[in-house]
Design a protein around this ligand. Structure first.
Ligand code: 13P
Length: 259
């Protein structure tokens, strides 16, 4: 099955609302017809979502907006949290879940990730579910087992229709923000193992439709190697998503691979 490439920008905790308008406008200005071959999602900080959505909606550019986190309850006494209905209200139709920075710095567990993925599917939002091993786990030869366990936990209890709202992003922790990338062979090996795990959970058809992304120091200079891999369908981009030139170049490269 051929899957449409997806390039998603995770801005992390960068860009004020004013700066987010400039960056999203810069990206939108480069929008060209070839971009129809790629799904493009910008994931700014929560406070920027409305301004980024307004820019993209005004330009009618087909670029989607996503959050970087959500709570699984629709409302309630959860100080500092943002619900899925709130995200929908400001135009977000994607949400990153279980990023390694959230797991490491904010104590996000597999069980919380699963609750978020289920709540997003129920609300009809697309989840980008992040998985990835530390260097210690890789060096112990446990990368594939560790990552596939994370996938099982994240998708637990979902049927094939609900799983259709999920995209998996393989982000080896040792490659995030370090300038050190996995090799395309290493990334493909894990992406294929992820797809086999998804097939085991929700069936071959759902697995062959599901997109698996690579993330970790991906940039225009190294993107071709990843996007050529049969089980890698795009990228979750951190640092390079904050530069108009780099991010738009990555979309162009993905569009070329979609041809
Ligand atoms: P970098 O592209 O900065 O390595 O970040 C990757 C990432 O964590 C995207 O979610």
């Amino acid at each position: 099955m051929s899957r449409k490439p997806l390039i998603a920008g995770n801005w992390k905790m960068n860009m004020t609302p004013a700066e987010s308008v400039v960056l999203s406008q810069g990206i939108s200005n480069r929008y060209s017809r070839g971009w129809n071959k790629v799904d493009v999602v910008l994931c700014p900080p929560t406070i920027d979502l409305r301004s980024v959505y307004t820019v993209l909606d005004f330009d009618k550019s087909n670029i989607d907006v996503g959050a970087q986190n959500c709570h699984w309850e629709p409302s309630g006494a959860y100080t500092g949290e943002t619900s899925i209905p709130m995200l929908q209200d400001v135009g977000a139709n994607w949400c990153i879940v279980g990023h390694s920075e959230r797991r490491e710095y904010f104590g996000e567990t597999d069980s919380m990730v699963n609750k978020k993925v289920r709540a997003l599917a129920e609300a009809g939002l697309n989840a980008i579910v992040c998985v990835g091993e530390s260097l210690a786990v890789r060096d112990a030869g446990e990368a594939s087992r560790f990552v596939c366990d994370q996938v099982r936990a994240a998708l637990a209890g979902l049927d094939a229709a609900e799983a259709a709202f999920a995209t998996i992003a393989y982000e080896p922790i040792w490659a995030i923000g370090t300038g050190r990338t996995a090799t395309p062979e290493q990334a493909e090996e894990i992406a294929a193992a992820i797809r086999a795990t998804v097939a085991d959970l929700v069936g071959e058809q759902a697995a062959s439709a599901m997109r698996v992304l690579y993330g970790g120091s991906m940039k225009p200079a190294n993107a071709d190697g990843f996007l050529e891999c049969p089980d890698i369908d795009g990228g979750l981009i951190g640092g390079a998503s904050l530069k108009v030139e780099d991010f738009t170049a990555l979309v162009e490269i993905a569009a070329k691979h979609a041809e």
